[in-house]
Design a protein around this ligand. Sequence first.
Ligand SMILES: [Zn+2]
Length: 603
Amino acid sequence: MSRLSKLLQFNAGETLASYCSRLAAACGYRHARSFATDMGFSFQKVVTGDAGHIRTFASVLDVSVNHLSSGIISSGGKMHEIAGEKFSRPSVQRLRLRFCPLCVREDEHLCEGRRGYRAFGRIDWLITANRACLKHEVQIITSEQFPSSKFNHDFAANLAAERECMETHLASLRHMKVDALQLYMHARMAGMKTSEWLDSLPIYIAATTCELVGGIERHEAGFLNSELDQVELSACADVGFSLLQGDESNFREFIRRRADRYFSTRRYAGGRSMFGRLYEKLAHHRADPNFEPVQRVMRDEVLNNVPLGPGDDFFGPVNERRLHSLRTAHVTFGVHPKRLMKSLLNAGHISSGTARTHGRTVLPADVMENFVRDAVNGITAPEARALLGASRRSLDSLSEHGFISVQGRKEDNIRTEPRYDAAQIETFLALLRSRVTCVPTAKLVPLLNAVHVTNCSYNALLDMIVNNELASVAWDQESVGLLAIRIDPDEVLAMTTEPDEFVNLKTVEIEIPSSFNVVRALVVDGHLPSIKRPHPKAGIPQTAVSIKALASFKQTYVSLANIARARGTRTRKCRSYLEARGIAPSFVAAEMPFYLQSSLPKV
Ligand SMILES: [Zn+2]
């Protein structure tokens, strides 16, 4: 340590410029500049953090550079670097003296070294976002005086020039709480990470964003910094920081909340109307590129919440669309917003409770696009019927079965015409056509005829064709749509008629043979076992007799009428003949005697 460094000590938190300046003054120099020149280095180079000149300064003091490193401010291009953090030039006040009058007064009592030169310039005072003295909780004062270039950064000289006003400063001190943003910056510069998203931004970008967000919260979007005093600016910074501390989602939430206001106003969905000063600051043609991460989040969140798209501007031209309003859909697709609103209500995409003005009724862009294509630009029912060659009933049945889709229904007493997708109908017809296996022949009939012959439904026949179940499918070139299809009804019958183990009573009449009344009596009296079951095709309940039971019955019994017929005689004669031989009927059904086959004499 040289005599020089013992003259005044270098303080924690002091700038190197302030230390050099105080030493110069203590040694009787008017300017720090001439002192430095005499010592073999440049004061200006020390001010801007030049390593070589700082080394010379350190060697003059006979201390290590490390001893001084906390006071170095590296300036290059448009940036200053302090304690590893980047600051833009406007975020730091180096030209005019900024200081806490109480600290300056106290330094003389608390610090060591030559009297009169003990007050030192703090790094904290240079940063404009630091508005209050951490120790005294009073407003940091910015001198009214602009020093001549000879005294730039010359702390001791500038403080001496301020001395005559010091009493006034002390008398007019304003109490000021240290705001949360300042505390955050202080902690961050001491190496502490406390706020994920803000920590990811350059410190001055984090500070400016907090100040602007807080300003909007306290003064609406159009507020002007220049109209607010330091106490109010500090309050804004405090509010802004409390909103944005934490992760990125906090900033997103703020942007979403502001963007939501678009829906309760009649203003254009512009960046300026939603975000005022915040947007203007970031959208300015000379905006700092370090604001990019902030812009990116804003843009992302705005596009998610407000119907902006190509043709709009938000930090430059917007080239994608995530939301459509009725108005933007009108401009893009040419469909009238009133008609679109009605269709959307009917389709359930919006409810009458959530419908707003045309510009403020929004849907995800892809949903709106598909809807407009299907529902509004679709074809009408008569057009769909013409394409399909289908009746009104068939068209309804095809859509109910899901072969084709339909948009538009009756709801809220508003009815819109149903719309069909022509492309989907064409695809459906092409699918059916791809199932053609042969040329039309006389054996093949149109679908509707096949319905009558086979008792199968229209849709069931279409299902069979689609599922490749029919070997014979032809297409009549002369007919339109579904009318062109030709299929073989016998093939369908063979597929759909299951081998049945039961016969109906009509068949029993033929098989016995006997009259309807007699057959009914056989069943009712229990001589012929029967069941009740639904008709295999029509589904109507019917009485049926198992083939086995019928065969067994026929083997066991025979009616008088049948005996007479077999013997070529009359029933009365036949009956007398049997009675004469003591052969009695086993039972009588509807006045028709039945005999045991085994009891009859052989012919
Ligand atoms: Zn103070």
